[in-house]
Ligand binder design. Structure first.
Ligand code: AQP
Length: 332
């Protein structure tokens, strides 16, 4: 069975983007893969996280993942910072990856913004830690949103260079799994910017714990243009906000842009948005309710993350030990 690894940062409440781009695709993969899903708190602190909030967000994210259908008994769900092998292998990869490779990463440019000098060094080497997350388990398939494609290419470059430098066929090639019609969900306020849990505007995103009223209101206020919906996907060219809403609808209704426009083409946005809000509420309502139920027992959620970490460590421990031996470190 092929091994899957994927992670999500506890940097806020998970969004519809995280759900459609990643989490929703993680669930069916559990049927025929050996899955390791990780709450990546080491990644989260590459940008400032209020310490008093981080633990709460971590627990809420774990509960939300379980509410979406991640099975922590048959698969592994764990907290990254409880398995030190991630940080250890990431350091080795910091010494394998080249500065020129990291300089090309668009996520660093997006997240650091104009104030690059003030970004953390951790944000810059984030892709090396991501490569370590995956390769510490010799995972070969990684389901992610489209925004992570470039990081996975870099992870493959790191694996190849490690194998070449240390003369071993040790780390496997990684295959990105970028699934579904909404692999990149955009902000509700700006169709050219991706929807993010850490966006300062709550109106820019749908959170997986939003109430039905909040969802309906955010969709009503979502930015659009004055034209009605086109009859064909080609008519979405140059209309990023319209394309985003159509893409979200398509993902939720398990169809594609043409399917949505076949039904709604020619209509104004008001009626379309009402239908879209209904679909969102039907999808997110049960997730929010189940997350709240799980959070009523925080000790159970914490126990899942700790138990998962013990199991994860049993896999990563020997792999990272071998990587260290190949580098030439003296064995413990
Ligand atoms: N807008 C998105 N559309 C599709 N997929 C997305 N993902 C994130 N945003 C979108 C996918 O969700 C998974 C987990 O992402 P993450 O939390 O590890 O990091 P991120 O990509 O940086 O997500 P956010 O929400 O934008 O977090 P912040 O605001 O903290 O930076 C990944 O598979 C990602 O592709």
């Amino acid at each position: 069975m092929q091994r899957i690894f994927s992670g999500i940062q506890p940097s806020g409440i998970p969004t519809l983007g995280n759900y459609l781009g990643a989490i929703r695709n993680w669930v069916p993969l559990q049927a025929d893969h050996d899955c390791i899903y990780c709450v990546v708190d080491l990644h989260a602190i590459t940008q400032w996280q209020e310490p008093s909030l981080l633990a709460r967000q971590t627990r809420e994210l774990a509960a939300s993942l379980m509410a979406c259908g991640i099975d922590p008994v048959r698969q592994i769900l764990f907290l990254q910072s409880l398995v030190p092998e991630h940080a250890e292998l990431a350091w080795i990869f910091n010494c394998v990856a080249r500065l020129g490779w990291l300089n090309r990463m668009t996520q660093f440019k997006d997240k650091a913004g104009k104030d690059r000098e003030n970004a953390s060094a951790g944000l810059y080497v984030y892709p090396n830690l991501m490569a370590a997350d995956i390769l510490a388990y010799h995972a070969t398939r990684v389901p992610v949103g489209d925004d992570q494609r470039q990081h996975l290419e870099l992870a493959n470059d790191i694996a190849q260079k490690f194998n070449h430098d240390f003369g071993a066929d040790f780390f496997p090639a990684i295959e990105p799994l970028i699934l579904g019609p909404a692999a990149r969900v955009m902000s509700l306020r700006d169709g050219t910017k991706k929807m993010s849990k850490s966006d300062t505007s709550d109106q820019s995103r749908i959170n997986l714990n939003d109430s039905a009223d909040a969802i309906a209101q955010k969709i009503r206020r979502a930015r659009t243009d004055p034209e009605p919906l086109p009859g064909e996907p080609a008519g979405l060219e140059g209309r990023p906000e319209a394309r985003n809403l159509v893409g979200i609808y398509a993902a939720l209704a398990d169809t594609d842009e043409a399917g949505v426009l076949g039904r709604h083409g020619g209509k104004g946005f008001a009626a379309f948005k009402e239908d879209l809000a209904g679909l969102l509420i039907a999808t997110i309502g049960p997730i929010a309710a189940e997350t709240a139920r799980l959070l009523a027992d925080p000790a159970h959620v914490d126990g899942v993350l700790r138990g998962g970490a013990e199991r994860a460590k049993r896999i990563a421990g020997p792999i990272v030990a071998e990587a260290k031996r190949l580098v030439g470190f003296l064995a413990a």
